[in-house]
Design a protein. Structure first.
Lengths: 413, 385
């Protein structure tokens, strides 16, 4: 049967066993634990009282949904996109990558590190900069872009019949000036943690592992902090994410995908992404009252116009016309926002700050919520005067990964 | 495209055969040796075919028939790819030698105007190596002996490169001293190739590498800056060789000294493998960014030479890799092939590649990516220790 592996009809339907056998043969750094994905791990068991809860907190990796979506917002986030290497035409290689990514992610999120080879002539497996740090609530969330399935009109890996229903290339939106080099991508990985070094370490090791099968296309990093239970503020100084739903039933309605999706995509979601550059200096010179008019909320309290508390309902008749909140609210579309702010030094041509928002939202029907919302805001949002959308992306985030399974396994098997 | 498919197919088949090979008992091994002496042996058969095509190539070279030269040059490559895995497994020592002559033949046959004289030389050397392979017995030696052989083979390669460095530096230095800017520019890249291939050896001798190859940002005192790049700046930036005589003399003195020292140089297997990684790292940092040849923009020439030098280490290490790491050898081999194929797009002749500044961002990223893949795999050759 081994010789059948090269026939085209076999390419689409490897069984997990065949695949594991093949990747074990392919060798070359793909260390696979066939059962339980358990390889030799170093367990860092310093549980001294000096270590803060922040360092040791762990978020379960395996579960019904992927972590990093409704998980309490960590302080630091990285969003990265990868492209499948042009030499890869065989899904077995991609499956092998997803298996090793799953192994790595399930290890790192639990505060463990991969052990190095006893052969010290080989490069180390783990890059070591997070050795003395724990998991710090690390989450790693994987997604697939439209170009993973179809590129240049071609069904790349024979998987397009299983494509998530709402996954499309991003349509053109008014008032955007996108840089394709930092937009879209075949795969996306969101890495969040309460310690930036832990998040970077995780992403760096995922990039290292993927090279040759999937290569990094772009990477963004951000931060966002708020006192526990309070809504965080973006760089405009306003609360961002007030409208997020917190009850499980509401989250099912807005975030998680259901029976209308292919089986492997159920209990998943879609990650919508916009990199929004803020014209910080212009904003900072705008009057306080105009800033509130533009945003459509009170700056300090976060209350809508005509209200005094953040979570009181928006009264449409009292909202300034074209204010951000009025337009967004008026669409009746709901999304789950999980943004990060970013800074990147200054723009050398002007001396202005290079800063803004990595807008990330999760929703089960992006075609009915995220995209229509962007269209409305793109056309008339008063905030547009102070922002530029410079990057974009839409990624399907499949269901959570069960123990002893790997990311997107049921897409292939 | 066609030969690429066959490579993948072969690779898959050979991958699938690994368990069978590694599971072989001694008795079976003896069996396969016996088989090697019969005519049904695929390696012997493949080699006979190689010879047939090589004869056609030689006839075409004689007639100066460039269409036929290109055709047979490419056919040799296709034929070689169709059975080289078998050669690498069983005759690793012969394998590396055949690669050395076969590759330049293929590279030349892809150029619009192949270098006939060079092809003739390589074709006749290839013929000798093919005969050698037909008569060869399978390599079977102890790992320690294999490593020693690997180092000796590599040192032989490195010394040949350094001899060529000296040979090609002499006319370059003469042109510089004669003040002939155009000629010196023409002769500049040749010694660079040989130097970049053997650089890890030069780096073992303290001051020699900086003295020959320092870039302007490597020195704190510009008045003490010497070597190729000082002359490179004079040629391309100043377009004048005024005052360059002393640098030309010093360069020749340094490469002669390198040649002398390299002859008695001893190398450990670990240092050899580390050297191949240094070469790839050099290519991936200073060459791919256009910093190395910032005045002449001939960075791609150096980059390919670094990769060639690294490949020589890989080829020398094949017998050792075959002891339990054949899968890795397969992957590395495949990646060197894709890398060389990518670089063919930019190759104009043996000493001329596309000007670095003419490459766009995507093209540079593509080369960088292929280099990273190569480097990631080559780092794993340390598994032989």
């Amino acid at each position: 049967m081994d010789h059948d592996l090269d026939t085209p009809e076999q390419k689409k339907g490897y069984s997990r066993r065949e695949m594991l056998k093949m990747t074990a043969l392919a060798g070359g750094g793909i260390a696979l634990g066939a059962s339980g994905l358990g390889t030799a791990l170093e367990l860092f068991g310093h549980k001294t009282s000096e270590q803060s809860a922040k360092t040791t907190a762990t978020i379960p990796f395996f579960g019904k949904h992927q972590a990093g979506v409704t998980t309490a917002h960590q302080s630091y986030g990285y969003l990265a996109a990868f492209d499948i290497d042009p030499s890869v035409h065989d899904v077995a290689k991609i499956m092998a990558l997803f298996i090793s990514w799953t192994r790595l992610a399930s290890t790192l999120t639990q505060g463990k590190r991969e052990a190095n080879s006893s052969n010290t002539q080989l490069p180390p497996n783990d890059t070591n900069e997070a050795r003395d740090l724990g998991a710090a609530s690390l989450t790693i969330t994987f997604g697939l872009g439209h170009s993973f399935f179809i590129k240049n009109g071609k069904d790349r890996f024979g998987l397009s019949d299983k494509m998530p229903r709402q996954l499309t290339p991003m349509p053109k939106i008014a008032h955007e000036s996108l840089d394709p080099a930092i937009s879209n991508g075949d795969l996306c990985v969101q890495v969040c943690a309460d310690i930036q070094q832990v998040a970077f370490h995780a992403l760096r090791n995922l990039i290292k592992e993927a090279l040759g099968t999937a290569n990094i296309r772009w990477m963004e990093s951000g931060f966002l902090n708020a006192p526990k239970g309070k809504t965080a503020r973006n760089l405009f100084g306003f609360k961002d994410g007030t409208a997020n739903v917190t009850r499980a039933a509401d989250q099912d309605k807005i975030i998680w995908t259901g029976a209308d999706e292919p089986k492997w995509m159920r209990d998943g979601t879609y990650l919508g992404y916009r990199k929004i550059k803020m014209n910080i200096e212009t904003w900072d010179r705008d009057s306080y009252s105009d800033q509130e008019q533009v945003f459509g909320r009170k700056k300090d309290s976060g209350a809508a116009f005509g209200q005094s508390h953040e979570h009181e309902p928006v009264i449409m008749s009292k909202q300034p016309a074209n204010s951000h909140v009025r337009l967004a609210h008026g669409t009746g579309k709901q999304i789950y926002r999980r943004a990060y702010s970013y800074t990147n030094g200054i723009q050398t041509t002007t001396g202005n700050l290079d800063a803004g928002l990595l807008f990330i939202s999760f929703q089960n029907k992006p075609q009915d919520s995220f995209i229509p919302l962007l269209r409305v805001l793109g056309r008339s949002d008063a905030l547009n005067e102070y922002t530029d959308h410079i990057a974009t992306g839409l990624f399907a985030v499949p269901s959570g990964i069960r123990k002893n399974e790997y990311f997107a396994q049921h897409l292939f098997e | 495209m066609k030969h690429r498919k066959s490579v993948i197919l072969l690779l898959l088949i050979s991958l699938l055969l690994i368990p069978a090979i590694t599971a072989c008992s001694n008795a079976q091994k003896n069996g396969s040796e016996k088989k090697a002496q019969t005519t049904s042996d695929p390696v012997k058969q493949g080699t006979q075919k190689m010879k047939q095509i090589n004869h056609k190539l030689q006839a075409a070279l004689k007639k100066n028939d460039s269409e036929a030269i290109k055709k047979y040059g490419k056919q040799i490559n296709t034929q070689w790819l169709s059975y080289e895995n078998g050669v690498r497994d069983r005759f690793p020592l012969q394998y590396a030698k055949i690669e050395r002559y076969q590759q330049p033949i293929y590279a030349q046959s892809n150029l619009s105007a192949p270098d006939i004289a060079q092809m003739k030389e390589n074709s006749s050397a290839l013929e000798d190596q093919l005969d050698d392979l037909l008569a060869a017995k399978e390599t079977k030696a102890k790992p320690s002996k294999l490593m020693k052989q690997a180092v000796n083979d590599y040192l032989k390669y490195a010394n040949e490169q350094i001899d060529l460095l000296v040979k090609t530096t002499k006319p370059f230095v003469a042109a510089v001293k004669a003040g002939d800017v155009d000629k010196a520019k023409q002769l500049y890249t040749k010694p660079r190739i040989y130097y970049e291939r053997a650089e890890p050896i030069a780096e073992s001798f303290g001051d020699l590498d900086p003295s020959i190859d320092a870039r302007i940002n490597d020195v704190d005192d510009e008045s003490k800056w010497t070597g190729f790049h000082e002359i490179e700046r004079a040629l391309w930036e100043k377009n004048s060789l005024k005052g360059q005589e002393k640098y030309a003399d010093k360069l020749l003195e340094d490469v002669l000294s390198l040649q002398q020292k390299a002859k008695s140089f001893e190398l450990t297997p670990k240092a050899m493998v580390a050297g191949s990684m240094e070469l790839l790292e050099e290519a991936a940092t200073s060459k791919i960014t256009g910093e190395e040849e910032r005045y002449s923009h001939t960075d791609l020439v150096d980059l390919q030479a670094n990769v060639d030098g690294s490949q020589a280490v890989y080829q020398a290490a094949i017998p050792a890799l075959n002891q339990g790491h054949k899968d890795l050898a397969n992957q590395i081999d495949k990646q060197f092939q894709s890398f060389d194929k990518l670089m063919l797009k930019y190759k104009k002749s043996d000493t001329e590649y596309e000007d670095y500044t003419k490459l766009n961002k995507d093209q540079i990223r593509e080369i960088s990516n292929e280099l990273s893949k190569l480097s990631k795999l080559m780092a794993q050759t340390a598994k032989i220790f």
